[in-house]
Design a binder for this molecule. Structure first.
Ligand code: PGA
Length: 257
């Protein structure tokens, strides 16, 4: 696995032309570093064109979601194989937008995780508490429960790569990230939850935990200096090429030198 992951989630924000233009803009000024993996998750419909534009660039592609079956009569769904056909190496699973608007459950995240690993894609499994859960003192419980339900029963050999994105739901898109120490504490909680399921050495080898929620090029530093925060999932700020490239540059500076 890489040291640091910078993952852009473009959600449903851009049409095809805007997606291609943004990708080309980022690609032009992008400089790769072995320690930092940069992943862009555009809309499904823009993936084939963006894959063609990508050429030899080291920017990786991911999907925003995937279905848990490999093939069949599942109207509207997209399989792992289809994602691989258009150049994806990664896919997000269980983003809070999916949980909120499509009632996606932890069980669905579990099925998706199984299928994604079987198909050798790298899953980015999203977890995080609501504002109410936080106010009721249940943020640890909420996140441990999501991790346990998604991960239990998965057999890992030690060669798999799994990214867990901790995203406090109430902070997403708010423009105000939580403070980095609180995020670090929640990363420790997640790590412990993983160690309760998998052997310690497998957990160390196979997992990276990253933070998401109102990250920008100014606040990213405070997160990446935390020992357990191994990257960021970026929504809004990833739609501005200079801002996103600023985030990538900060990641290289913080963790590589
Ligand atoms: P944000 O989104 O950076 O706009 O808060 C993060 C996400 O939804 O993954």
């Amino acid at each position: 696995m890489k040291n640091i992951y910078i993952i852009a989630n473009w959600k449903m924000q851009l049409n095809l032309k805007e997606s291609i233009d943004l990708f080309n803009n980022i690609k032009q000024k992008f400089s790769h570093s072995e320690d930092v993996e940069t992943v862009i998750c555009p809309s499904y419909i823009s993936l084939p064109d963006i894959n063609r534009c990508k050429g030899g660039s080291k920017i990786r592609l991911g999907a925003q979601d995937v279905f848990w079956e490999d093939v069949g009569a599942y109207t509207g769904e997209i399989s792992c194989e289809m994602l691989k056909d258009v150049g994806c190496n990664y896919t997000i699973i269980g983003h809070s937008d999916r949980r909120k608007y499509f009632k996606e459950s932890d069980e669905m995240a579990h099925y998706k995780l199984r299928t994604v690993l079987k198909n050798s894609l790298v899953p980015i499994v999203c977890v995080g508490e609501t504002f109410q859960e936080r106010q009721e003192g249940k943020k640890e419980y909420a996140v441990i429960s999501q991790i346990t339900k998604a991960m239990s029963g998965i057999d890992l050999l030690g060669t798999e790569e799994i990214i867990v994105a901790y995203e406090p739901i109430w902070v997403i898109g708010s423009g105000r990230a939580i403070n980095a120490e609180e995020a670090e504490y929640m990363h420790q909680v997640i790590k412990q939850a993983l160690i309760d399921i998998f052997p310690v050495d497998i957990t160390e080898k196979c997992f990276r935990i990253i933070y998401g929620g109102s990250i920008n090029q100014t606040n990213i530093k405070t997160f990446l200096v935390q020992p357990n925060i191994k990257g960021v999932l970026v929504g809004g700020a990833s739609l501005n090429p200079d801002e996103f490239l600023g985030i990538v540059s900060e990641a290289k500076r913080e963790k590589c030198y």
